[in-house]
Design a protein around this ligand. Sequence first.
Ligand SMILES: C[S@@+](CC[C@H](N)C(=O)[O-])C[C@H]1O[C@@H](n2cnc3c(N)ncnc32)[C@H](O)[C@@H]1O
Length: 195
Amino acid sequence: MKEMWDKRYAQTDFVYGTEPNGFFKQQLLKLTPGKILLPAEGEGRNAVFAAKASWEVYAFDSSIEAKKKAENWAKQNNVQINYQLSTYEEADYPNDFFDAIAFIYAHSTTRSSNHKKMLQFLKPNGTIILEGFSKKQINNSSGGPKNIDMLFSEEELHSDFTACQDIKIWAEDIELYEGIHHSGKASVIRLIGQK
Ligand SMILES: C[S@@+](CC[C@H](N)C(=O)[O-])C[C@H]1O[C@@H](n2cnc3c(N)ncnc32)[C@H](O)[C@@H]1O
């Protein structure tokens, strides 16, 4: 898997574009800046946007090519990001540290344990933002994993975030314009809530 991502990111172009994810941008701009964690952040489009919006940004990804590209993108934009080469399993931050966590297309085979682990690092009342592909996306060709177990259902996400308050989760069919790998009609799930 890591090799696949390194190969994908080794090209000069930003495969998910340089603009932040639209839902992430919309939700982030409603919040007062503080510390934010972006797990599986890829090439840094969301991290750089958040840093430019005055957030103290922490991000990680298991791809070295993603890290290099993200740090270079931050440099070009004259912002600082704390980006670690790390898997979910290796990720380690102080408990109750972040004001917000955003999971943007952060799909993996260990979804539930990843989500629960990341919640430890979020402050009480901290904000959770998530957008990812729903299981319906298996019928679309606009991107995402081809393994249905890695795609999200509303029930699965409710169960991952059951310990949190005020969680809203909904499915939407949207048009994605996020580089060559997220392009066209897409079935997504969105989540906003607080720990
Ligand atoms: C679809 S990309 C999303 C990138 C970014 N969040 C964005 O929206 O542009 C998924 C990312 O997950 C990363 N990834 C996959 N499995 C991971 C794991 N176990 N730990 C950390 N990162 C992982 C990949 O390297 C890839 O960058």
